[in-house]
Write a protein that binds this ligand. Sequence first.
Ligand code: 5GP
Ligand code: MN
Length: 352
Amino acid sequence: MHKFNRETLSEVKELLNKVNGNIVITTHYNPDGDALGSALALGRYLEKAGKQVSIIIPNDFPDFLKWMPGQENAIIYFHHANKANELLEKAEVIFCLDYNAVHRVNYFGKQLFEAGGVKILIDHHIQPEPDFDYMFSVIETSSTSELVYDFICGMGDSDLIDTEISISLYVGIMTDTGSFNYGCNYPHTFEVVAELIRRGIDVEQIHRLVYDTYSEKRMRLLGFCLSERMTVLEEYATAYIWLSEEDMQKFDFKPGDSEGIVNYALSIKGVSFAAFFTEKPDRIRISFRSKGDFSVNTFARLHFEGGGHRNASGGDSFMSLTETLEKFTALLPQYAEELNLSASKSAVLTMK
Ligand code: 5GP
Ligand code: MN
């Protein structure tokens, strides 16, 4: 297993051996299962290795992750900015997990950029920016959590991976692959999962804890999205869903409630491109998903100030919801051929 550059690994190992001050672990804005899972796992590992560690996350994470081991100790920047700034300022080492550019932490981008600590990136998003001192950036992997597993092994500490660490890593791998649905065509991902099961995790229980947690309102919101807010454009192999602020108020919207809705649009036969628009006070937030070759990373970068992976990306629009939807649909004709090709290729069995 040679995912990482050996020299970088040994330099980081040497660095961590010398550190006796505070280590800070950070992750991206709107932390998801992989962001939180990789951070909690790395945090617990470093603590077991005798380090002083703090985890700083930009804002609240969804309720369906609130059972994860150690989550109660994560410092939420939005609520505890002073304490977090102090920690960032005096940190000797700052780990940057599951994001590829400093601005992705949002609230504390400036503080992070200016912090003197050695910045170590562990991430799987394409085109990382050169904001970091050491980079463990691997695109061809399921998740940052898988990379944290590899990182701990690379440090020679696989013995320190206990059940709690394994649970956090598994949550990251499971959620970032949509329960082994995408981004997981790698034997190594399953080898890692096998190791995590050997370390005592209960995958069936973890699945229940993460996914069988809908509030009644959240389930009805999903129904509403599919019946009232979804448009299917067959000629462009595209389906999109939108939600206004008013809609969200009606369903008592909580962070994480819209997680996964975009995938329903993509599950429609013949659809290779799905988009989900949510109206926020200052922007329209968009999630993009695709099947096959159509790159939603490129699409989000080119048109909606965003990015991500080939088949899952996000972006923002600073126009009204109506104008945003108009802009989106007006862009589709130029991609018609590519989208239809992607849809037809995705609908047949191919073998390497
Ligand atoms: P989601 O739709 O779940 O918010 O995001 C899907 C994927 O795209 C995630 O892996 C996320 O990291 C990435 N992503 C979402 N929004 C942005 C963005 O604004 N910029 C970049 N570079 N990546 C994003
Ligand atoms: Mn991730």
